[in-house]
Design a protein around this ligand. Structure first.
Ligand code: SF4
Length: 346
């Protein structure tokens, strides 16, 4: 049965409860003198996937076997991040997805369940929407482009159908779009119009990361990223973007920022990935060892050559959050942006 109470559109970019939880998380960690603490756990219970996308690193470096639910919950407890992004691989083919989501919700976590949307319908039909659960669909263009990137004809239509079903049932829904060197801004505007008319609650847009495992020349450098995002910044204002305005300034080249590589630690069947979601140098058996044994300053200061063209949200949105909790002007900017109207025309 449809959850009518949840069918109304969300008025803020992030749930007020999440905002409160993050504020408390910052206060608690700052008071206890912690310099580095995570905001979002990137949890990859499986690397298996039903697609073979063009710019994906995981299908090229995939781990064998899936994580048990108990290991996932223990990882979430161990690192203490208030938000968990369940990603992969494709989480919809992870056999224990529902117990995992229920377990994380019962521990008070906010969840972003990331999916390509092709196999999402069974989950949508059988799971009850929860205010702390957001279904996050990945779409990189309109049908022809998206299907070319995923390698599966019809994958775009399936994802859009899943988005509409999820919204109709009362799920909180967001989308994630990776921008490549060849992405056409006009086409992306068409995609966002379509997602907007499907009442999605938030849209995230991020430049692709140049994975070493991906040989195709589909990635761009910082100058090209600045140029593309500046071109798009006019029309992006129309949509409920969940990129913060400070991160958008960074993407457009209007300000410089340092990365926070430890803000989004990644856990998968190989262990705790170091140094970040994008670069893999080593795996550790525990979160504590990963934090202790990684040379963070190398990445915070952008000294590693692989960071040179990286502007991916995972590394920099945490920096924005840290700035908001240490600089009152940045904090006000973030609060106005989050609590300002998210649905002016809807
Ligand atoms: S700049 Fe990018 S690649 Fe480098 S540590 Fe940060 S997130 Fe990772």
């Amino acid at each position: 049965m449809e959850n009518k109470k949840n069918k109304t559109k969300n008025k803020t970019r992030f749930q007020p409860g999440l905002y409160k939880t993050l504020t408390w998380h910052f206060i608690k960690n700052t008071l206890t003198g912690k310099k580095r603490f995570p905001l979002v756990l990137m949890l990859e219970p499986t690397h298996r996937c039903n697609l073979a996308c063009m710019g994906c690193d995981r299908i090229r470096t995939a781990a064998e076997g899936d994580l048990p639910v108990s290991a996932c919950l223990e990882a979430a407890r161990e690192c203490g991040a208030p938000v968990v992004a369940i990603t992969g691989g494709e989480p919809m083919i992870y056999k224990y997805l529902q117990p995992l989501v229920k377990g994380l919700l019962s521990e008070g976590k906010y969840i972003y369940l990331c999916t390509n949307g092709v196999l999402a319908q069974e989950f949508i039909e059988s799971f009850t929407p929860h205010p702390a659960l957001t279904l996050n669909f990945h779409l990189d263009g309109l049908d022809t482009t998206h299907d070319k990137i995923t390698g599966l004809p019809g994958s775009f239509n399936k994802a859009v159908e899943s988005i509409r079903k999820a919204k109709a049932k009362g799920f909180r829904v967001s989308t994630n779009t990776t921008v490549y060197k060849a992405s056409d801004p006009g086409e992306l505007e068409g995609l966002f119009d379509l997602l907007y008319s499907s009442s999605v609650d938030g849209m995230l847009i991020s430049p692709a990361f140049a994975y070493q495992s991906v040989e195709d020349n589909i990635f761009f450098n910082r100058g090209e990223i600045n140029e593309k995002f500046t071109r798009m910044s006019g029309f992006l204002k129309k949509y409920p973007l969940i990129n913060t305005p400070t991160y958008m300034d960074f993407l457009c080249g209007r300000r410089q920022m340092r990365c926070t590589p430890w803000g989004n630690p990644t856990y998968n069947p190989l262990g705790w990935k170091s140094p970040c979601y994008l670069v893999t140098d080593s795996y550790f058996p525990s979160y504590a060892r990963m934090m202790k044994e990684t040379n963070w300053s190398l990445y915070e200061d952008g000294k590693d050559p692989r960071c040179a063209n990286c502007m991916v949200h995972g590394g920099y949105e945490t920096t924005v959050m840290r700035m908001a909790f240490t600089n009152p002007l940045e904090g006000l900017r973030l609060a106005f942006w989050n609590f300002g109207s998210n649905n002016k025309k809807r």
